[in-house]
Design a protein around this ligand. Structure first.
Ligand code: GCB
Length: 586
């Protein structure tokens, strides 16, 4: 295995890799979603046997020990675990294959885009290796101009979701390790020169403006003019690219600012070299002042909920707009103006719909628990995952918080690793706040003290605390007093308790709906007394699958801390939380 890993590092920077293309939905593309043939390869024989060549025997005497066309089928996008019983707990390699036809045109750039593959992907087009990707929740792409054929093409993706110590996340997580091609696959047909990336942000001041950035890719040497329009703001600007294909402009404009109450999005149009990209972007500012979080200069309290990217109908990775709407509508119904998208980058639809619905977002990568903080290689992986997420999502007004890590040990090596990542994220995006979920507070006579030196580095402190569940009796939580060594806003990024929906009993019997509600009531009293508290995102919207939750007849491999059951039935605690948010919103 190690040997394979060393090879892997070597092939990651592939010659075909291109920089991430902003807003692929707005480009011309052929969807490669649908049915793919797959071969389960538990012992990894496929590389040696060259599954990627999709060889069909040319005579009855030729021995070929695989055959995609007669093998089982899986839907893409989709995790494999919930599509086939045999794959429910499978962790290993699966080879995916599909054919597609292209009417290949001259002077175009063809880019193969994969929205997410968990965790390692190796991609082959017509038998040729395009490159690989590591990291289960961010997009990647390859230029396929040279490999793409006019007519029929054969695409093979080897996917491996085995957990390894030097991965992010690493060996243990409290969620299901869904494998597969979990988000959309597209063949983009772009012009010979195209705008690969752009951003538009609000620049406040006595003369407010929109600051826009454009980056061209492909053969842009002869094309240097970008047309940037925001019709509703009267912006119609021609922008010249520099010799590196980049441009930055500041255009006076006074937009209506995006807020959860009025999530105003402006249609923007970017025309370049005969094609146009359109987007909908909100403009707002976010800042801190002491223990306040300021949205457009006004103090805001974040009424939130944590969410896993799991189907509203039960098990399975969700990826569709429909699922995103259901999950986020539940958050709205609860009275939220904020969601914590745990514990990894969610699909793009979640962010776009959060923009549309007016839900502020905490986004994060799976630097979760005890990863290999001492390894420079692992650090580079974290930077890559962050850069990929941030590049994809930087135009979403909803995102105000980039979270660096979740519940990491309080030691120097980790603090150095995370501190470096904070600096990196700030340098990539100076317009948003950086946070982290920290669970390493010291105990005092009256409660807890926030004194983790890493808290020094972040703008907003996230606290995960399970008073009344993993520690202390529920009643004790009400008397808890929190003190912080830092004059910074605090978000209680997690608290909670488990309950099996429909299981009723005494308030002190664990896993009853009554007990869960009791734990919440006392925790909410604790939060009412918390100095510097500027938001909460209880754990969690709905029950989710986890291999760490084996208790038969109660958990059955579901983490039961949802306010909703796995398929959306409300537990008593839902109403406790909703009532608190109603009061908070007054
Ligand atoms: C945590 C973790 C979260 C778990 C949760 C739990 O602190 O951040 O991923 O699922 O606790 O249920 O124990």
């Amino acid at each position: 295995m190690k040997c394979w890993l060393i090879l892997l590092i070597g092939w990651l920077p592939s010659a075909f890799a291109v920089e991430l293309i902003q807003n692929t939905e707005s480009r011309d593309y052929q969807s490669l979603n649908g049915e793919w043939n797959v071969i389960i390869d538990a012992f990894d024989v496929g590389d040696k046997r060259k599954f990627f060549t999709n060889t069909v025997p040319s005579s009855p005497s030729q021995l070929v020990e695989y055959n995609f066309s007669s093998s089982m089928k899986l839907q893409v996008p989709g995790d494999w675990n919930t599509q086939d019983k045999e794959l429910f707990r499978y962790e290993g390699s699966v080879w995916y294959h599909r054919k597609f036809t292209v009417d290949k045109r001259k002077n175009k750039n063809y880019v193969l885009y994969l929205g997410a593959v968990n965790y390692i992907a190796k991609v082959y087009l017509n038998g040729e290796f395009l490159g690989g990707h590591e990291g289960g929740f961010t997009p990647f792409q390859f230029n396929v101009n040279d490999n793409l054929k006019d007519g029929e093409n054969s695409l093979v993706v080897k996917v491996n979701n085995r957990r390894e110590p030097d991965y992010i996340p690493t060996m243990s997580t409290d969620w299901w390790n869904y494998g597969g091609i979990t988000r959309s696959v597209k063949l983009l047909e772009l012009e010979n020169a195209y705008i690969s990336d752009y951003s538009a942000v609000y620049a406040p001041g006595s003369e407010p403006a929109i600051k826009a950035y454009f980056k061209a890719a492909g053969d842009y040497s002869k094309k240097s003019k970008v047309l940037f329009r925001v019709p509703e703001l009267g912006i119609n600007a021609t922008v010249a690219l520099d010799k590196n294909g980049k441009a930055e402009v500041i255009i006076p404009a006074d937009p209506q600012l995006w807020t959860p109450e009025n999530p105003k999005l402006y249609g923007i149009e970017i025309a370049f070299n005969g094609s146009e990209v359109v987007d909908r972007i909100g403009f707002r500012t976010v800042d801190i002042n002491g223990t306040e979080i300021l949205l457009n200069g006004e103090s805001v309290f974040l009424r939130g909920i944590s969410i896993h990217e799991e189907s509203p109908k039960g098990a399975g990775r969700s990826w569709s707009e429909e699922d995103a709407r259901t999950l986020l509508s539940w958050a709205k119904e609860l009275g939220c103006n904020y969601v914590r998208l745990a514990h990894y980058p969610h699909n793009e639809a979640m962010l776009r719909i959060a923009d549309e619905m007016g839900l502020l977002v905490w986004a994060e990568i799976p630097v979760y628990w005890d990863i290999q903080f001492g390894s420079e290689e692992v650090y580079q992986k974290a930077e890559t995952q962050y850069t990929e997420m941030l590049t994809r999502d930087k135009n979403r007004a909803a995102i105000i918080l980039w979270s660096i890590a979740n519940e990491t040990p309080k030691d120097e090596v980790r603090t150095e690793f995370l501190g470096k990542l904070v600096d990196k994220v700030h340098s990539l995006d100076p317009t948003r706040l950086v946070t982290a979920a920290i669970n390493t507070q010291s105990t005092t006579e009256y409660g807890r003290r926030v004194d983790d030196p890493f808290a020094e580095k972040v703008d907003v402190i996230g606290i995960n605390t399970y008073c009344g569940w993993y520690e202390d009796a529920p009643e004790e939580c009400a008397n808890y007093r929190w003190v912080s060594d830092y004059d910074k806003p605090i978000i209680v990024s997690e608290f909670g308790a488990g309950a099996l929906q429909g299981f009723h009993g005494d308030e002190h019997q664990v896993f009853t709906e009554e007990n869960q509600a009791l734990v919440y009531r006392y925790n909410l009293e604790m939060l009412d007394n918390m100095v510097g508290l500027r938001g909460v995102s209880p754990w969690i919207l709905k029950d989710f699958l986890s291999p760490r939750r084996p208790l038969a007849n109660i958990q059955d491999y579901w983490n039961r801390k949802g306010l909703l059951s796995e398929n959306g039935v409300k537990k008593k605690v839902w109403y406790v939380m909703k009532e608190w948010y109603e009061k908070k919103a007054e």
